[in-house]
Design a protein around this ligand. Structure first.
Ligand code: CP
Ligand code: NVA
Length: 308
């Protein structure tokens, strides 16, 4: 994994297909315990949004690598008092070995990365959530033994998770269909980027029709209808997104062996019913566990871990 050493991961498309598959393979080995990775380094977590999975899985991953994590939430740093990101970034770069950033604007993440030499990792922005999709792809690979040729249907808001799924599916040769209400489609530039990556190997489609989207899909995926920062719109969005709920009836239209994924946290009775979330086709808890293994593999690769 020398190719990844020192690199930034601001978008999933910062990794190519070979690199993604290598991270997944490495993660599977770490999960199985057939390899151990050691890098006693320090990862900073600069999070301006809430997090359970990402925060804890990055922290445990660094512990397992023999390293440690520093919590750099804005309220505990001078960022909260207005110190410019470019100043903060240059100072953190002198102390830390890597930095995971969760924030609103992708431009802020890019500023931090441009003023740092250490690897900077997107731990979620309004635009993308690449680390989530690495875990999703490992979960899909575990279930189906392959990725290329499978079809994933994403239903709901054309948000950060949808964007990284579009790129991730295209990179590994999966077909991806994104079904959203008219005014909530993913960013056209990301759809175009995913289409260019998929080329003639796989399909990238948008639709407003949730029933059509899930036909023949092996993976159904959803996320909250109002993301962090959009709380004020949550109520108004409910009737608009209601037809996109993953429920038992919709699930009958998909491949009979289809699995259901959700990045969590979930709003039961909104984007997914309790019946489906707690049902036999959901792989949501394995998916959450895989955040740990894929991020451990990613960190070990970016930091040049020693393998045993
Ligand atoms: N899926 C995910 O990123 O969860 P957190 O917001 O809890 O980190
Ligand atoms: N789209 C959601 C994902 C949370 C993990 C959000 O940004 O809030």
């Amino acid at each position: 994994m020398e190719a990844l050493q020192g690199r930034d991961v601001l978008s999933l498309a910062d990794l190519n297909a070979v690199e993604i598959l290598s991270v997944l393979d490495f993660a599977a080995q770490l999960k199985a315990g057939t390899v151990q990775a050691y890098c006693p380094q320090v990862l900073g977590l600069l999070f301006t949004k809430a997090s359970t999975r990402t925060r804890v899985s990055f922290s445990v991953a660094m512990s397992r690598l023999g390293g440690q994590v520093l919590d750099l939430s804005p309220g505990q740093t001078q960022i909260g008092r207005g110190e410019p990101l470019k100043d903060t970034a240059r100072v953190l770069d002198r102390y830390l070995d890597a930095l995971a950033v969760r924030t609103f604007a992708q431009a802020d993440l890019e500023t931090i990365a441009s003023y740092s030499h250490m690897p900077v990792i997107n731990a979620l922005t309004d635009r993308e959530h690449p680390c989530q999709i690495l875990a999703d792809l490992l979960t899909i690979q575990e279930q189906f033994g392959t990725l290329a040729g499978l079809t994933l249907a994403y239903l709901g808001d054309g948000n950060n998770v949808a964007h990284s799924l579009l790129l991730g599916c295209a990179l590994v040769g999966m077909n991806v269909v994104v079904a959203t209400p008219t005014d909530y489609a993913p960013l056209p530039e990301i759809v175009a980027q995913a289409g260019a990556i998929a080329a003639n190997r796989s399909q990238v489609k948008l639709t407003q029709d949730p029933q059509a989207a899930v036909q023949a899909a092996q993976i159904l995926y959803t996320d909250v209808w109002a993301s962090m920062g959009q709380e004020d719109e949550a109520k108004q969005r409910l009737p608009i997104f209601a037809p996109y709920q993953i429920n038992a009836e919709l699930l009958t239209l998909a491949d009979p062996n289809a699995i259901v994924l959700h990045c969590l946290p979930a709003h039961r009775g909104e984007e997914i019913t309790t019946e489906v979330l707690e049902g036999t086709q959901a792989q949501i808890w394995n998916q959450a566990e895989n955040r740990l293994h894929t991020q451990q593999a990613l960190l070990a690769s970016l930091l040049g871990a020693t393998l045993r």
